[in-house]
Design a protein around this ligand. Structure first.
Ligand code: SF4
Ligand code: SF4
Length: 159
């Protein structure tokens, strides 16, 4: 299992309707982070603040400008030129649990093309799941092993 490469695929894949926030998270944003809450409409994320339409991509997903600057080109042209653009979350510490819990399962990562996966993980998905659960132990309960699993992120992302 490799570290996250910040490829952004997970955010791009799920942020147009595959993510949800709890009422507690939304209440907290409304009180302390209204700039996040403005992208919530009727409990749904991420919605256009004026039109209420679902956004095609999370407004907090940010291409790594420093890297683009370093190359004296924009992120878009870096991508067009085959360069590597990294992505980050501009609300990282206040992102919803649904984001915080990713990646949940090896199947999900395989489906999403997550770049943390290595060939040996695919050869032994049970061992890989344990390694992933260990890696994510600060963010969510394990999916494998004796402790009851959390299917929350996995089920919501299969929409
Ligand atoms: S809130 Fe952050 S982690 Fe969640 S989809 Fe947006 S950029 Fe990605
Ligand atoms: S798809 Fe995997 S490697 Fe890419 S940003 Fe998401 S967690 Fe990281």
């Amino acid at each position: 299992m490799k570290p996250c490469t910040q490829c952004g695929k997970c955010c791009q894949h799920y942020s147009d309707g595959g993510l949800s926030a709890t009422s507690e998270e939304i209440d907290w944003w409304q009180t302390f982070r209204p700039e996040i809450a403005r992208y919530v409409d009727d409990g749904q994320i991420w919605m256009h603040p004026e039109t209420g339409e679902r956004l095609p991509e999370c407004p907090f997903l940010t291409a790594d400008a420093a890297r683009a600057d370093e190359q004296s080109i924009t992120s878009a042209s870096a991508a067009n030129a085959g360069g590597r653009v990294r992505y980050s979350c501009s609300i990282y510490h206040d992102r919803p649990d649904d984001c915080r819990h990713y990646p949940v399962s090896i199947d999900e990562m395989r489906r999403d093309g997550c770049e943390m996966l290595e060939l040996r993980d695919l050869d032994n998905p049970i061992r890989a799941q344990r390694a992933l659960d260990q890696l994510m132990s600060d963010s969510r309960p394990p999916l494998s092993g004796p402790v009851a699993s959390t299917e929350r992120g996995a089920t919501q992302r299969t929409q």
